[in-house]
Design a protein around this ligand. Structure first.
Ligand code: NAD
Length: 489
């Protein structure tokens, strides 16, 4: 530990110090005030505005993310999250009045949202700004002190986040700790009041196990295989474009809510594949490797992981659109696989890249069984004009979120929660949901010294017992009879 300290390595000792300092700030009460929260949210909005160019450059370095995709997801969405919190904060912080029961008359009651304390946010690399700053906005809005640990897999973004948050925000209550597994492990050893983790389920389990030690609640934003069930009763061109928008034009498939695989009707699959090929060419040209409108694969280890999925013998004769691969540039062009067997790697793991398996079924409803046979996904999509099918999909398929006749846009819809269910995670955030996740909902009952009935105090006479029972059961008539001595006790 001494050696690590000398080298300036972030270890458990340093993690403990950071938490101590932030707890001191939290305990001083400064983060609770509306004034502090709003000042930090405004500073964050200013930061995103002023550093927009740096943000876009950082995601270009880390992922070659196309400028427009970077602007929409990393800048604009984070900005609107911030302005929503600024606009609504006063309202969110107001206690909610609750009706009281006759048994506590006279009284009033309310739910008070109080900050939890010092919270940890562990983020990932695919939308490094949005997925780091959006939870931080929620944590600050709710009045907490925060430590953000961005992903080491997107190093330019991680460094920029550390630089920006140090310059723009109050460092006595908001900190960024950079690093990978060892640094996160050091942080996880500490006692937090809540942990929000975004990433894969394997590390999700590590986070949850660490949190158990201190009984710390967790929000796990995980992933999984998000299906798109595609009926033949639809507008083919629009459906094909939107499927592409939810896969290759969405960080090249490296998104938790991107379409992982398609299920469609056997007779319709060739038509759908042709439409996808046509629209892909419209979007990315004849040589997609030269397109500037497609992100690269984030790292060589993720590149090798995707190659392993493609080199699986089980799909060698199933590739209907074979994308080029360039290891030097870390690029893989759109690849489509028809009827990959269920035990092939592409159907067993979350793909998180530009490979799209298409599974065929005889009846569209058979697609439900395929989706249900896998862990509950973070998102499920359906394309159809059939109203009964839409209804049945919403009623029968369990997923974090759902979108009919489009992809990905559920995440930018204000008022909708974002989060998983089952293996795709627990808890949800965005807007007011973030505020609520980072608050404790404290129930408060107010009474005066009036109305002090002896009914609730010993000695518990038979008359009192009958009165209390009548009161609890709401039987006012019986109560009156007891009081005037006309009812048997
Ligand atoms: P990652 O490799 O960046 O890991 C996520 C975080 O965990 C990082 O901060 C990393 O430092 C930390 N970490 C890694 N190993 C650790 C260990 N052994 N102990 C403690 N901490 C550790 O990201 P990833 O896991 O490759 O992210 C991709 C996954 O995240 C996919 O499954 C995707 O679906 C999911 N995801 C979910 C959401 C969502 O909002 N639900 C968003 C994006 C990605």
């Amino acid at each position: 530990m001494e050696e690590a300290k000398e080298k300036g390595v972030f270890n458990e000792e340093k993690a403990c110090l950071v938490v101590k300092e932030l707890r001191k700030s939290f305990d001083s009460g400064k983060t609770r005030s509306y004034k502090w929260r709003i000042s930090q949210l405004e500073a964050m909005a200013k930061m995103i505005e002023e550093r927009e160019k740096d943000i876009i450059e950082a995601v270009d370095k880390d992922l070659s993310k196309p400028q427009l995709e970077a602007y929409i997801a990393e800048v604009s969405q984070t900005k609107s999250s911030c302005s929503e919190a600024i606009k609504a904060l006063h309202q969110w912080m107001k206690p909610t009045k609750v009706k009281t029961a006759i048994t506590t008359y006279p009284s009033s009651a309310e739910i008070v949202s109080e900050p939890l304390g010092v919270v940890l946010i562990i983020s990932t690399w695919n939308f490094p700004f949005l997925l780091s700053l959006d939870p931080v906005i929620g944590a600050i809005a709710a009045g907490n002190a925060v430590v953000l640990k961005p992903s080491e897999v997107a190093p330019a973004s991680s460094a920029l986040l550390a630089d920006m948050l140090t310059k723009y925000l109050d460092n006595s209550a908001v900190r960024v700790i950079e690093g990978g597994a060892p640094q996160t492990t050091a942080l996880l050893e500490q006692k937090w009041d809540k942990i929000l983790y975004t990433g894969n389920a394997r590390v999700g389990r590590i986070v949850m196990a660490a949190a158990t030690k201190h009984l710390t609640p967790v929000i796990l934003e995980l992933g999984g295989k998000c299906p798109a069930l595609v009926d033949s009763n639809l507008n083919l061109q629009v459906a094909a474009r939107r499927l592409i928008a939810g896969k290759w034009a969405c960080n090249n498939g490296q998104a938790c809510i991107s379409v992982d695989y398609i299920i469609t009707l056997k007779h319709f699959a060739p038509t759908l594949i042709n439409a996808l090929k046509e629209e892909l060419e419209q979007f990315f040209g004849k040589d997609p490797m030269k397109s500037k409108d497609m992100s690269r694969i984030v790292s060589s280890s993720h590149f090798s992981r995707l190659l392993k999925l493609l080199n699986d013998d089980k799909i060698s004769d199933k590739i209907v659109l074979e994308g080029q691969k360039d290891e030097d540039q870390l690029k893989i062009a759109p690849t489509i696989i028809l009827d990959a067997p269920d035990d092939s790697l592409v159907m067993q793991e979350e793909i998180f890249g530009p490979i799209m398996p298409i599974i065929t079924v005889d009846k569209i409803e058979d697609g439900f069984d395929i989706i249900k046979s896998k862990p509950k996904p973070l998102a499920a999509y359906l394309f159809t004009n059939n109203e009964d099918l839409k209804k049945s999909f919403v009623e029968n398929i369990s997923s974090g979120g759902m979108l009919i006749n489009d992809t990905v846009l559920q995440v930018v819809t204000p008022g909708l929660p974002f989060g998983g269910v089952g293996e795709s995670g627990m808890g949800s955030y965005h807007g007011k949901f973030s505020f609520d996740e980072f608050s404790h909902k404290k129930g408060v009952l107010y009474r005066s010294f009036k109305g002090d009935s002896s009914m609730r105090y010993p000695p518990y006479t038979p008359k009192k017992q009958s009165l209390v029972k009548a009161l609890i059961n709401g039987n006012i008539f019986h109560m009156i009879l007891i009081l005037i001595g006309c009812s048997k006790l």
